[in-house]
Write a protein that binds this ligand. Structure first.
Ligand code: FAD
Ligand code: SF4
Length: 327
């Protein structure tokens, strides 16, 4: 599979990058590590004529702050840099651990935090080469007009498949987006849209510049991932949880978020409610796991049977919470 022809631009600053994107218009797309975009271009799923690489923009490579004041991670920081960063490991160990579960060492050297948070949604009927997709007359997400997973559906069910997304939503990260029109910071929690085609509440010309993590005191977080091959695969179920506890150990606030089963990360509010008001124990963990099982409704469009992925929500939530209980 070969890349199509495209113009390649290399800005040095955020200002230059967004100006170039403004000039390129709808035919432009940013690229960071390219580990998602370039395979997609080879499969003709995404076909920008102007690719604007942000790899040389120094402003995007910084990590500033700490667990006391909160951490600002540049969108262009590589996954390896994130995993190895001493402050991330000390103050946000769940973030470093989740990033370590992404793909392979080589891909983590190239892949960035920003690219991971903006990853295209995935589906067995979409992540195929052009000839394969043409042979089935394409699908709604690209070039076609039917969904092969749910043929009666007017919506695409391609799956949000990033490992960092559910965790960022659970811990209350915020994202800074910049364009020629201005600058805004929004909650990761409201950023993802439950539609496999239109999966981000982001304008195409906006550049993700920073990820803001909240101060680290008073809460703990965890991420668990289900995949076939431990050394390599995308999540087909991800479980992120954040617990805020009072001094006596009572859970004051709890968030349980599932990834890898729907077009957007799914917050299971009933699971959070089951955990609040008591110390983390057998009973509340079981209730939260049951709530997650009931809400998980994966479709048959990734690896593993959908029923198996639903069933696994229960033990994965239980394991995540047990880990927090014993942390
Ligand atoms: C074999 C393989 C296995 C993988 N396994 C996993 C896995 O287990 N878990 C997982 O989460 N991911 C996985 N990935 C996906 C990918 O490698 C990572 O998500 C990586 O972090 C993507 O980052 P990138 O910088 O390479 O993104 P890119 O490919 O550069 O970009 C991804 C998307 O984000 C946009 N973009 C990038 N940066 C910006 C920015 N700053 N502002 C605006 N738009 C931007 C691009 O336009 C593109 O749409 C895998 C990929 C491969 C090829
Ligand atoms: S969920 Fe349906 S429309 Fe979306 S990529 Fe898969 S087959 Fe295509």
């Amino acid at each position: 599979m070969r890349l199509p022809k495209f113009a390649y631009l290399v800005p040095k600053t955020v200002g230059e990058a967004v100006k170039m994107m403004g000039e390129a218009g709808p035919s432009g797309q940013f690229v960071a590590g390219g580990t998602d975009l370039y395979p997609n271009m080879k499969r003709r799923q995404q076909t920008p004529r102007v690719v604007i690489s942000v790899g040389r923009v120094e402003e995007l490579r910084r990590v500033e702050g700490d667990g006391r004041e909160g951490l600002r991670i540049g969108a262009g920081v590589s996954l390896t840099e994130l995993i190895e960063h001493p402050v991330v490991n000390r103050d946000y160990p769940a973030v470093a651990r989740a990033a370590r579960l992404i793909s392979t060492p080589t891909l983590r050297n190239m892949g960035t935090v920003g690219g991971n948070l903006l990853l295209d949604t995935r589906c067995n009927y979409y992540d195929q080469n052009y000839e394969w997709r043409r042979a089935v007359n394409f699908c709604m997400k690209k070039d076609g007009d039917i969904c092969w997973v749910a043929p009666g559906s007017s919506k695409c069910w391609a799956v949000q498949s990033s490992d960092l997304v559910p965790l960022m939503v659970a811990i209350g990260a915020r994202l800074r987006l910049v364009s020629t029109v201005g600058d805004r910071v929004i909650e990761a929690r409201g950023f993802y849209n439950d539609d496999g085609i239109d999966y981000l509440h982001k304008r195409p010309e906006e550049l993700l510049t920073e990820i803001h993590l909240p101060p680290a005191a008073g809460w703990r977080a965890v991420y668990k991932k289900l995949r076939r091959r431990g050394a390599f695969d995308f999540p087909v179920l991800g479980v992120a949880a954040r617990l805020d506890s009072a001094e006596d150990g009572t859970v004051k606030e709890a968030r349980v978020v599932l990834g890898g089963i729907s077009p957007a990360p799914l917050e299971v509010e009933a699971a959070g409610r089951a955990l609040v008001g008591a110390r983390l124990g057998e009973e509340s963990i079981r209730a939260a796991a049951e709530a997650a099982y009931l809400r998980a409704r994966p479709l048959d469009n990734t690896d593993h049977l959908m029923n198996y992925r639903k069933q696994m929500a229960r033990p994965f939530v239980r394991r995540a919470l047990e880990e927090l209980r014993h942390a």
